[in-house]
Design a protein around this ligand. Structure first.
Ligand SMILES: Nc1ncnc2c1ncn2[C@@H]1O[C@H](COP(=O)(O)OP(=O)(O)OP(=O)(O)O)[C@@H](O)[C@H]1O
Length: 469
């Protein structure tokens, strides 16, 4: 059974993106196999439902293949998590350790009966929004959904509908400009609309660090604690900024424990998943991972088109589909970049009084497109990587496999996929006639290493900069 699960996981790791693999497959546990029935446990209901709908067929096929007999796969809740994970009482489980600094945080501390935090409750809606720092433009309505973010959005809606109850904390991670901030504001907006009395606060992690420093200088920790511990919902953005800041982490730990124990919702964003945040206390990392952690991935082509069409429409401009496709095909990195391009196109067309056609777009985005299109060839990548690692260019095509050659070759394949438009089979061909699955394996391996290993990430960054000129 264990052998099967190892084989099955290894296969799925090859087939899925690193984020999908670590979010959905890694947390699963194969429980037992008997009479053609395999039972697999998922850590919570959300993951269970998702894995069942998305991966059940594939896992069933792999199991049937492994045991050479039709196999029925059953997904169950991990028995270790079947009981409520956190006691209903407002105190942490005994093994959670002491909670110094947590004050008066029983479940009855909702806005209506919390005399300790009155300043927010008898004030009008707009000062309340201002104090919450929630941006009213960033809503679910204005959030375009696609494959890259549908899970994140589903989790966000669930939490907005049941704050403090379903997944706590909810942790979003992903690269820059992919919509993490947008999504947590959307949750804040919805909860504020549903529960006008709720005390919600959005804060960027850098600001929280500054607040800790100010509280320290002014000896104002009591007020600081009181404020954060009395919130109904805390939205904290880019938590990777806490890395290496132990005093901030300590304060945040207290606030975190107090809020979770009182069933107040915490939503966190980060540029990477909890275990990968450098300089973060293990206690916090394990707590970040104790709710639901969801990735937001870069938008796929269809989603980039939809975003452009929607944003253009909200500017009162109609974009034809072929213009949207043209832009989306050329600008691939993130939503912020698309927004920038759209602004440029609109400004150009207004200034010159021209309709928005592909030629106008080409002109308006001349600089951006020339950077994107600067021809980076696979040959150039092979040469640059070979120079960087002091190996021969010929080793990029050779069948030799010592590690000092195999790894640079994998890096070159990864960069070829990232920086050129070539398909996996085309890249394989250019690397000495290798199969496309070899290229896929290399691309996934290096993408994963990059998230785990700072030195690897740095090397890749240097290579990318060199290649992009
Ligand atoms: N799915 C989406 N639909 C509509 N707009 C989006 C979407 N995703 C992102 N945006 C917009 O793109 C811009 C960048 O998004 P956002 O600031 O949320 O990214 P982020 O992931 O928090 O990035 P960073 O890590 O740099 O803070 C924002 O203006 C946001 O409204």
């Amino acid at each position: 059974m264990e052998n099967f699960w190892q084989t099955c996981s290894a296969q799925l790791e090859l087939e899925l993106t690193p984020q999908q693999f670590s979010a959905w497959i890694k947390p699963l546990v194969a429980l037992d196999y008997e009479d053609g029935k395999l039972r697999i446990a998922a850590p919570n209901r959300f993951k269970l439902d998702w894995v069942k709908s998305q991966f059940a067929n594939r896992i069933t096929a792999l199991a049937s293949q492994y045991w050479e007999a039709p196999t029925e796969v059953q997904f169950v809740l991990d028995p270790r998590n079947a009981l409520p994970k956190k006691p209903v009482a407002p105190h942490p489980a005994p093994n959670d350790g002491p909670m110094p600094g947590t004050i008066n945080n029983g479940p009855g501390n909702g806005p209506a009966d919390n005399p300790a935090a009155p300043e927010m409750f008898n004030i009008g809606n707009s000062p309340r929004r201002e104090q919450s720092r929630v941006n009213t433009d960033l809503t679910f309505d204005s959030f375009v959904t696609g494959k890259a973010n549908q899970l994140a959005r589903a989790a966000a809606i669930q939490v907005a509908n049941n704050p403090g109850v379903s997944y706590n904390p909810l942790f979003f991670y992903g690269g820059v400009g992919l919509g993490k901030t947008h999504l947590i504001h959307a949750i804040g907006n919805q909860v504020m609309a549903d529960q006008p009395g709720a005390k919600i606060r959005y804060i960027h992690a850098e600001q929280y660090v500054r607040d800790v420093v100010t509280a320290y200088q002014r000896k104002g920790f009591d007020d600081f604690k009181h404020y954060y511990h009395s919130l109904d919902m805390l939205l904290i953005d880019d938590i990777q900024f806490f890395g290496g800041k132990s005093r901030t982490q300590e304060e945040f730990f207290y606030a975190f424990e107090a809020l979770i124990a009182a069933k107040k919702q915490i939503i966190i964003t980060s540029d990477t998943y909890p275990k990968e945040i450098t300089g973060m206390d293990d206690r916090l990392i394990s707590r970040f991972d104790s709710g639901l952690t969801v990735a937001i991935e870069p938008p796929e082509l269809e989603m980039r088109v939809a975003i452009l069409l929607k944003k253009a429409q909200s500017e009162g401009v109609t974009f034809s589909d072929d213009v949207a496709f043209f832009v989306a095909k050329h600008l691939r990195s993130n939503v912020r970049e698309l927004e920038g391009a759209l602004r440029k196109i609109l400004a150009y067309s207004r200034f010159h009084g021209k309709d928005i056609t592909i030629d106008v777009v080409k002109e308006a985005l001349k600089d951006l497109l020339s950077v994107q299109n600067r021809q980076i060839s696979v040959e150039n990548i092979q040469k640059t990587v070979a120079d960087f690692f002091s190996i021969k260019v010929a080793d990029m095509y050779s069948k030799r496999r010592p590690a000092n050659i195999a790894r640079p070759r994998q890096i070159a394949m990864y960069l070829a996929k990232e920086l050129t438009q070539k398909s996996l089979p085309e890249i394989g061909e250019l690397f000495g006639g290798r199969d496309h699955t070899t290229v896929l394996h290399a691309v996934r391996k290096i993408a994963l290493d990059r998230t785990k290993n700072a030195e690897c990430n740095h090397e890749l960054h240097v290579l990318e900069q060199t290649l992009k000129g």
